[in-house]
Design a protein around this ligand. Structure first.
Ligand SMILES: Cc1ncc(COP(=O)(O)O)c(C=O)c1O
Length: 367
């Protein structure tokens, strides 16, 4: 879908991506930029290229399809698929040189069958408390590594994932301790992977001890902290701005009610502007009458229900006009709407806000 006519777009600053990668990368560890979910809504390919320019040496995706798209576009850097290849995907994924995660017996058998004697490097994942995917209990990991070696697969990585690294130090320290226990037992059994990794953005910022050989940085790559206020002092630069323009204005008397359900009432006479963006674009309906947008450098409240394709804004005494820029996310003048601010109004997290910006909103790149 192109954005030739509607003035709604997302601007992505690739210099900010490079800057954030440089800022996050410790001297002692490699950096894997997580570009799943179409680069957290920013556009996986452009972000991947910028992250590699900024110093990332690995990319991380959730789906084999996402990895194949990077390869089709000519990206040659190592790409880790963060879950096992789905059954049936092994051949295509290995042909494309995607790096598999492994943690089940079925996954191991399917992969070693598809490897058919060729040398394949794998990253074995241990569950240390997130309880999503990975070997559980962690004590079973060494037996699994024995079977990986017996199958002729090369153990390049051993990894885990934290459940609440941005907010709760004891839990993360406990998970890290468990993981290091597995590493020690693996070493004692003769398994010495080149890359130990655990840290996401939260752990990268708050738990330097978890940096190990490689950090897997998602949200901070995009210049957004992993929790409200977390990392605000680091100098991350948000890469994404979501912009539109006023299509229509009207003056409404006090007491007039706006949008579906008539749930917003004009407290005083004022100007109401219509903006061509709605929940079909990923602007959450949950922020109806709560979120602010920026027009002429001023905050204006979303007035009433966000509709599928349009929303209305109470501009009060602001002399807004059709064509005026509207900022839904990002800076304008001295004001700024952050992804965490919008997320707060929608009772969600910044990750979901940026990742759900719809496909019909064109991404435009600078830098
Ligand atoms: C396995 C794994 N590693 C790393 C990340 C990156 O996390 P964050 O975006 O918090 O840095 C994710 C994202 O959810 C993930 O699933």
């Amino acid at each position: 879908m192109t954005g030739r006519f509607r003035p709604t777009r997302v601007d992505v600053d690739l210099d900010a991506i490079r800057h954030n990668v440089k800022l996050m990368k410790p001297a002692t560890a490699e950096l894997l930029a997580v570009v799943k979910g179409d680069g957290y809504g920013h556009g996986a390919l452009a972000v991947a290229r910028a992250a590699l320019q900024g110093g990332a040496t690995w990319l991380g995706v959730a789906l084999v399809e996402e990895g194949l798209a990077l390869r089709d576009a000519g990206i040659e850097a190592p790409v880790l698929v963060l879950s096992e290849f789905p059954r049936g995907a092994e051949h295509d994924a290995l042909e494309a040189g995607l790096t598999p995660s492994l943690f089940t017996q079925l996954g191991l058998e399917a992969l070693s069958g598809a490897a058919a004697g060729r040398s394949v490097r794998v990253h074995v994942k241990v569950d240390t408390g997130m309880h999503r995917v990975g070997i559980w209990p962690p004590e079973d990991a060494v037996g699994y590594l024995d079977r990986v070696a017996a199958a002729g697969l090369e153990l390049e990585g051993l990894w885990t994932h934290f459940a609440k690294s941005e907010e709760d130090p004891p839990t993360t320290e406990g998970q890290l301790g468990r993981f290091l226990g597995v590493v020690e037992a693996a070493r004692a059994a003769g398994h010495v992977p080149r890359l130990l990794h655990a840290a996401n953005s939260g752990a990268t910022i708050r738990h330097p001890a978890s940096h190990l050989d490689l950090i897997r940085v998602g949200i901070a790559t995009y210049g957004i902290g992993p929790g409200p206020g977390v990392g605000d002092d680091l100098g991350l630069r948000p890469a994404l701005a979501w912009r539109s323009a006023v299509t229509m204005t009207k003056r409404l008397a006090a007491g007039e009610r706006i949008s579906y359900g008539h749930r917003y009432e004009m407290a005083a006479e004022g100007l109401v502007a219509t903006v061509p963006v709605g929940y079909a674009d990923g602007y959450p309906r949950a922020v109806s009458s709560r979120a602010d947008v920026l027009i002429r450098g001023r905050r204006c409240r979303v007035a009433g229900a966000v509709t599928m394709d349009q929303l209305m804004v109470d501009c009060g005494d602001l002399g807004a006009q059709p064509g005026d820029e509207v900022v839904l996310l990002g800076p304008q003048g001295n004001e700024h709407v952050s992804a965490w601010e919008l997320a707060g109004h929608a009772d969600t997290i910044a990750y979901e806000i940026v990742t759900r910006i719809g496909e019909r909103v064109p991404r435009e790149y600078a830098g």
